[in-house]
Design a protein. Structure first.
Lengths: 265, 487
């Protein structure tokens, strides 16, 4: 049924990177996320699946406090990153976002050169000691983003001139350049063609060796291909969370089964 | 019958055409609108436009051409011995017009009849008395030539009016007949109506361009006239501005140009930072409630007439600066009117131009840019500085240039705030004046339009026009070169 179910993906017990306890999210009067508990492991790809409007993107944006930029949004409950509450008043959301990077649905390179796009994060966080160091960081990030070979000769061309797939990989490289510990991806392939999608998926699998990756996706095939853990959201509830292989072959909840077999969605 | 009646007649025909066209189309489709090519109202509009467009075009052209043609033919009746210069001819012709309109009034009010008018002789009838009784005062007795010309003028006008009404009326009728005959359910009325709309749009667009050209040409003739009387090297490179209507003036543009430049520079130095910061605050930081009253409040500044700003400069800012920098303190300033006074007040005037436009442009930067930046751990101010302002830059440059051209063209604040002395000086606390202020002072009063002292105003205007044009072209080039696309 799926291209390559992740049955053979090795699953070891790993450290918990992020743990969410009883998280509630409200948009004004709307109760968007209801009582979500989830533990996201380090060096693992965790996929959030579910029908449109089920709250998976909203929950993802809680993990780096991107919801703070929306006035009417209110988050309750506890989200721990390395055992520290990220909603603690002492935590600077700006610092947090440097640790928890994010890649968005639509590629959004800044209207700057490719080099400046990638150097943006390292520059504002002061990660480079000098120009050579910065060049180094940019090259490493672009290599990690699997786009170095395509852009190495035109680093000073505008990032917006790249194709959609290249732009998205540039955005991933940009996120990687700040050396985050967790990488959040909000439907990173929804605007891409199948070839670019394949490249990004390959990249995600590679990033797993150094980061904890959380990916929201509409494509169940994609979730099965790239993730080790899968969480199924429905109407703001976390219905089921477990090994990807188990969710896709032997779901516990009837709703999960209906969704992955295409009856609700 | 005056033109108003024929105009109303054409309008009425258009309404009838609308009804007929619509009805005929409906009838040909058997009352079923789905069988027709276009919506029923399009057939009506099509017929109405067939009535209106040709008839009104001819009417318009006729109204422009008729006075010119009749004027010329009546002028031939005046013997060449009666005048020497074209000025005297135009005096005689204006007499002819007045007598003709008086005669017209006399006939319409029933003082005399048309045959009586035909028989009227300058010697035998008291034409002056007759005209006086209908409210037209004539300076002297009307001589035979003028009377004959006036009679002929009146008669020709009446004939032409009748002819015009017939032609226009027939054209309207023919248009209606043609449109209604062509109407059936398969006629492409929608396409034909949209062609007219397209023509209307093209007309509107070309009018703006043509007006600009017209303005240039109206300045051009007088400018050329000026350069025939005054050497262009002295005008462009002269450093003294000393017009004297007695002759022997020195008309160098440099002091005026320097004044314009200096005052605009100070105004922009005030307006650009304040306006830009206000825009950043309003669009990025201000809560909705603050923004909703602060933005309109700021825009009120743009609605204040510039003469009021001038009074503010004269009565408040000037004296304030004088206390701060005048003879009682550091002694840099000798009077309230100075470059600084005008520049500051003009800067205040320009703040809303910069802030309001920049605010709109900053708001147009997509949210995904902000999200991308915040997602990398950037603060709000880093995001503004490094992502939003660069993305909005072309628009901001546009806003600044709009402000600059306002500053260059501003007159009232300069007259009241900066004084009238044309001077080349670096001291911003001295009185200076600008090109626009001098254009006004050269053309007001009883200037002789043939002297270089008056004609210089046109050369100044032309120079200003060329400079602002160059500024705009330069700005467009800058914007295109440094544009950062974000889509």
């Amino acid at each position: 049924m799926y291209d390559s179910p992740a049955l053979e993906n090795t699953v070891d017990t790993k450290d918990i990177k992020i743990s969410a306890n009883n998280v509630q999210v409200f948009y004004g009067e709307t109760h968007a996320i209801k009582d979500v508990n989830v533990a996201i492991e380090d060096k693992t790809v965790t996929a959030f699946i579910g029908p449109s409007g089920c709250g998976k993107s909203t929950f993802l944006r809680c993990l780096n406090r991107m919801n703070d930029t929306i006035d009417i949004c209110r988050v309750e409950g506890q989200i721990l990153l390395d055992q520290e509450d990220i909603y603690d008043p002492r935590v600077d959301p700006v610092q947090l976002r440097a640790k928890v990077g994010m890649v968005f649905q639509k590629p959004n390179p800044f209207p700057k050169s490719i080099y400046d796009n990638v150097a943006y994060g390292p520059r504002i966080h002061g990660l480079a000691k000098n120009k050579a160091d910065l060049d180094d960081i940019v090259e490493r990030a672009l290599r990690r983003g699997a786009i170095w070979n395509e852009v190495k000769d035109r680093l000073h061309a505008p990032g917006t001139g790249l194709s959609g797939g290249q732009q998205q990989r540039l955005c991933i490289a940009r996120a990687v350049a700040t050396e985050p510990e967790v990488l959040l991806m909000d439907e990173p392939c929804s605007a891409l063609d199948p070839i670019a999608t394949g490249q990004v998926e390959e990249l995600i699998d590679e990033l797993r060796t150094s980061y904890s990756v959380v990916i929201v996706t509409h494509s169940m095939q994609q979730a099965a291909r790239v993730s080790q853990k899968t969480a199924f959201f429905h109407l703001g509830n976390l219905v089921e969370f477990g090994e990807t292989s188990q969710i896709f072959t032997n779901p516990v909840d009837a709703r999960t089964e209906s969704y992955i077999t295409g009856r609700i969605g | 019958m005056p033109a108003t009646w024929i105009f109303l007649f054409v309008l009425a025909l258009a309404v009838i055409g609308y009804v007929l066209g619509r009805r005929k189309a409906m009838a040909s489709a058997g009352g079923d609108g789905r069988l027709m090519h276009s919506l029923p109202s399009y057939y009506g509009y099509n017929a109405a436009l067939f009535v209106l467009v040709p008839a009104l075009l001819v009417l318009g052209a006729w109204l422009v051409a008729q006075p010119m043609v009749i004027e010329r033919s009546v002028q031939h009746m005046i013997p060449e011995t009666a005048y020497e210069t074209s000025g005297e001819l135009s005096l005689i012709m204006s007499d002819v017009h007045r007598v003709a309109s008086g005669l017209e009034t006399a006939v319409t009010t029933g003082q005399i009849t048309a045959p009586q008018l035909e028989a009227m002789q300058a010697g035998s009838t008291d034409v002056r008395g007759l005209l006086g009784s209908v409210g037209v005062a004539v300076g002297s007795d009307v001589d035979a030539v003028t009377l004959e010309a006036a009679k002929s003028y009146r008669a020709r006008n009446a004939t032409a009016d009748t002819l015009r009404n017939i032609v226009v009326g027939l054209l309207a009728l023919a248009g209606m007949a043609l449109a209604v005959l062509r109407t059936d359910k398969d006629y492409r009325a929608r396409n034909s109506v949209e062609k007219v709309v397209l023509a209307l749009l093209i007309l509107a667009a070309s009018l703006a361009v043509l007006t600009t050209l017209g303005i240039v040409f109206s300045l051009l003739a007088n400018t050329i006239q000026f350069f025939k009387l005054y050497p262009w090297t002295d005008f462009f490179f002269g450093t003294t501005w000393a017009p004297s209507f007695g002759g022997g003036s020195e008309l160098g543009i440099l002091p005026l140009f320097w004044g314009t430049f200096y005052i605009s520079l100070i105004a922009l130095a005030v307006a650009v930072p304040i306006g830009l910061f206000a825009a950043v605050y309003l669009s990025e930081y201000a809560p909705k409630s603050v923004r909703s009253f602060a933005k309109p409040l700021l825009e009120v500044l743009a609605g204040i007439p510039t003469i009021v700003y001038g009074l503010f400069a004269l009565l408040t800012v000037g004296p304030m600066l004088l206390t701060a920098f005048g003879p009682d303190s550091v002694g840099w300033m000798s009077g309230g009117t100075a470059v600084m006074t005008a520049g500051l007040v003009m800067g205040i005037m320009l703040i809303p131009f910069v802030s309001s436009l920049s605010d709109d442009i900053i708001n147009a930067v997509p949210q995904s840019m902000r999200d991308g930046s915040y997602g990398l751990g950037a603060t709000k101010s880093e995001t503004v500085k490094q992502v939003i302002l660069p993305a909005a830059l072309p628009g901001i440059v546009g806003a600044v240039l709009l402000a600059a051209s306002r500053a260059i063209g501003e007159t009232m604040i300069v007259v009241l705030g900066a004084g009238a002395a044309a001077r080349l000086s670096m001291n911003p606390f001295e009185a200076m004046t600008t090109v626009t202020a001098k254009i006004v002072s050269q053309l007001t009063g009883d200037a002789d339009f043939a002297s270089p002292e008056a004609l210089v105003a046109f050369a100044l205007g032309m120079t200003l026009f060329v400079i602002t044009l160059a500024l705009n072209v330069f700005a467009l080039w800058i914007v295109r070169k440094y544009r950062e696309q974000y889509d």
